[in-house]
Design a protein around this ligand. Structure first.
Ligand code: GUN
Ligand code: ZN
Length: 435
């Protein structure tokens, strides 16, 4: 049986380092008429179409996107798959939003059929938006994780997901126990972690919904299963932080609650990280933990403004990634997310150059997951997970682009500021058109 060969041609953009500032030409590789040769789902070669195309075996299928901008598939490092019908819920901040909308909706995932239908919708929606890898919260029900991973496997995507662990301060239908949460997580790890492209994330929801016993169980899962990820929420909302203080009176601060149970580390992702004190920033930095910036969510739930400069640019730099946080977040699109990220930073007197935003959505988020060289860049050996973008996708974008002559930086800024799913022409998963 011969190997499966195809090629994708267009304008190629991939990063090689973190952009030092606007227009940092050394941070990326751009080929105006480039081609990606795909063999068995992985990138076999990348280069000038004029050099590589003539060397392809006769009859090799070539998808040509003459003015499409081909970048690595987007990576979303924090999203809730059971919140597709929570998104756009009116008028509440975090704790009320959880009780009034989220915990009601998530109970429906006890039904396997409901979970399966939502997994299909969710994967469709991610791919329509150019997202090819995501770090995903399921619900407390193990079946929700099964449904999600099964769907990801069918599509050929590489996803990271986990069963939410929550054994208090939630409705009975949405609670596990320290023991059942441990057992069910362990079974899911055995079934799914490292099965093809799927990876597991131990997922204690946040300190408010886990007893000390459960956080200890989460720490044990982390320790006992090298290579699994850990995801939770940290320091999102002021009332949340006050509640954590009351629930854990012995902890030095919110971060310390997780630290005590061995939940910090280079495979640990902490959603939000808005209201941290200096000691917390130091602990996240020392432990190489990742702070996840979720701008549309932070604005929509009214939580506060992420301070990128303080976290990533200080004496104790914290690794940072970017994410949608649907359904607290309001868009599945990483382009929209970058646009809101830019505005959040503007409000803090900071900037987000287009190159930095596109780096974050691709190579930066891949590095935050320890997956550099596998996803997030267009280079030999990587999975051929790609997205084809069109900076003239809408009348407003096309009109704006009339004033831009071949400046990549400006084109990227138009894409992130005005773009969304309409700017995604195609999404490739392992070289297969999957939008
Ligand atoms: N904190 C605990 N659970 C959640 C959630 O589902 N969404 C957000 N945004 N914050 C949380
Ligand atoms: Zn979240």
């Amino acid at each position: 049986v011969g190997s499966d060969l195809k090629a994708i041609r267009g304008r190629l953009l991939s990063f090689v380092s973190e952009p030092a500032g606007p227009g940092d030409r050394s941070s990326y590789c751009f080929i105006e008429d480039g081609i990606v040769v795909v063999r068995d789902g992985r990138i076999d070669a990348v280069g000038e179409a004029s050099e590589l195309a003539p060397a392809l075996p006769p009859g090799t299928a070539v998808d040509h996107h003459p003015d499409g901008l081909i970048v690595p598939g987007f990576i979303d490092t924090h999203i809730h798959f059971p919140q597709t019908q929570v998104i756009a819920s009116y008028g509440a901040q975090l704790l009320e939003w959880l009780n009034k909308y989220t915990f009601v909706e998530e109970q429906r995932f006890a039904d396997a059929g409901h979970a399966e239908r939502n997994a299909v919708f969710f994967m469709d929606e991610l791919l329509r938006n150019g997202t090819t890898t995501a770090v995903v919260y399921a619900t407390v029900h193990p079946g929700s994780v099964e449904a999600f991973f099964a769907e990801s496997e069918r599509r050929g995507t590489g996803m990271i997901a986990g069963k939410v662990m929550m054994d208090r301060n939630a409705p009975p239908g949405l609670r596990d126990t320290a023991q059942s949460g441990y057992d069910e997580s362990r079974t899911l790890i055995e079934r799914w972690h490292g099965k093809g492209r799927q990876r597991y994330a131990v997922t204690p929801r946040f300190a408010i919904t886990s007893t000390e016993e459960q956080l200890e169980a989460a720490g044990a899962l982390n320790r006992e299963n090298p290579g699994v990820y850990m995801q939770t929420h940290l320091s999102e909302n002021l009332r949340e932080i006050e509640t954590v203080r009351q629930l854990f009176p012995d902890a030095r601060h919110y971060t310390d609650v997780y630290d005590r149970y061995g939940l910090l580390g280079e495979r640990s992702l902490f959603g939000h990280c808005i209201h941290l004190d200096d000691d917390e920033v130091r602990r996240l930095s020392d432990s190489k933990s990742v702070a996840v910036f979720c701008p549309t969510s932070n604005l929509f739930i009214g939580s506060g403004l992420f301070d990128l400069k303080r976290l990533s640019g200080g004496a104790d730099p914290v690794r940072v990634s970017l994410a949608t946080d649907v359904g607290g977040g309001t868009s599945y699109s990483m382009l929209r997310t970058a646009a809101e990220g830019y505005k959040v930073l503007q409000l803090g007197g900071q900037n987000l150059p287009a190159l930095s935003a596109f780096h974050m959505m691709t190579r930066g988020n891949a590095l935050a997951l320890g997956m550099g060289g596998s996803i997030g860049t267009i280079e030999p050996g990587c999975f051929a997970d790609l997205v084809v973008l069109d900076a003239r996708a809408t009348p407003a974008m096309a009109h704006r682009m009339e004033t831009i002559e071949g400046d990549l930086d400006e084109e990227l800024f138009v894409l992130m500021t005005l773009g969304d799913d309409r700017a995604v022409r195609e999404t490739y998963v392992q070289g297969r058109a999957s939008k």
